[in-house]
Design a protein around this ligand. Sequence first.
Ligand code: ADP
Ligand code: MG
Length: 239
Amino acid sequence: MIEFEHVSKSFSGLDAVKDLSLNLREGAFSVLVGTSGSGKSTTLKMINRLVEHDSGIIRFAGEEIRQQPVLEMRRRMGYAIQSIGLFPHWTVAQNIATVPQLQKWSRGKIDQRIEELMALLGLEPALRERYPHQLSGGQQQRVGVARALAANPEVLLMDEPFGALDPVTRAALQQEMSRIHRLLGRTIVLVTHDIDEALRLADHLVLMDGGEVIQQGTPLEILSHPHNEFVRTFFGSSE
Ligand code: ADP
Ligand code: MG
C-alpha cells in the first residue's frame, strides 16, 4: 500500500531520514516507534507530502506519490495528530463533517456519517452540538480520529494521537483503535514513542533511530530475534 525505497530527507544539512526502505502492507496496522527525533513524524509526513522527500521513491497504492495530484491523494488518507486540535469554534458534528463537506456530500449523508462515526468511536449522541472546549481530552481525541475517518480514507495516518492523555484514557483509546482496525480492515500507520503502545497495536513494527530503520517485523519476531543490542535495550524495559 505504501512503499519507501531508499528515501532520504535532510533539513538544512541535517539528516532527518536516511536511506529508508519500508513496505507498509494494505490492511496492516503498522507502527513506527523510536525515541524523540528519530525521524518518525518526518517519515509519516512524507507519505501525504506535508514534507517533500529529497531522494528515493515513495509509492502509494502502486503509484509514485509525486505522480499523483496532491489534494486528491490526501483525500484518500486520513490524518490525525496530537497537536493540531479540533476547530475550536465548530461543534463536534461540524468538526467530523470537515472533509465530507469539502467533498459536497448531501446533508442527509453527512448527518448519517456523523452518527455512525460517533457510535464507532464511543461518543454519546448528546455530545454532537458541543464545542471542543466542552469535551474531555479523550473525547477530543476520539473526535479527531472520527474526523480523520469521515470520508472513508484508504489509509489512516496517526502521529502520537493519544500523546496528551492520562494512562486510563490512553488504554481505552488504544483498544478502540484495535477494534476499529479489526472492524474496518483499514490500513493504519501510527507513530509513537511509547513502546507498550507500539507492541500492543502493531501487526508490523518499525523501530527507527537516527532517521534509519533499525529493525522491522512483527512484535513477536523483533522481541524474539532482536538484531542487535540497541533493539534488545530499547524493548528490554517493557518485557
Ligand atoms: P520524531 O517524530 O521521531 O520525534 P522528527 O521526524 O520530528 O522525529 O524529526 C527528526 C529530525 O528532523 C529531528 O532532528 C528534528 O529536529 C528534525 N526536523 C524535523 N522537522 C524539521 C523541520 N521542519 N525543520 C528542521 N528540522 C526538522
Ligand atoms: Mg514526532
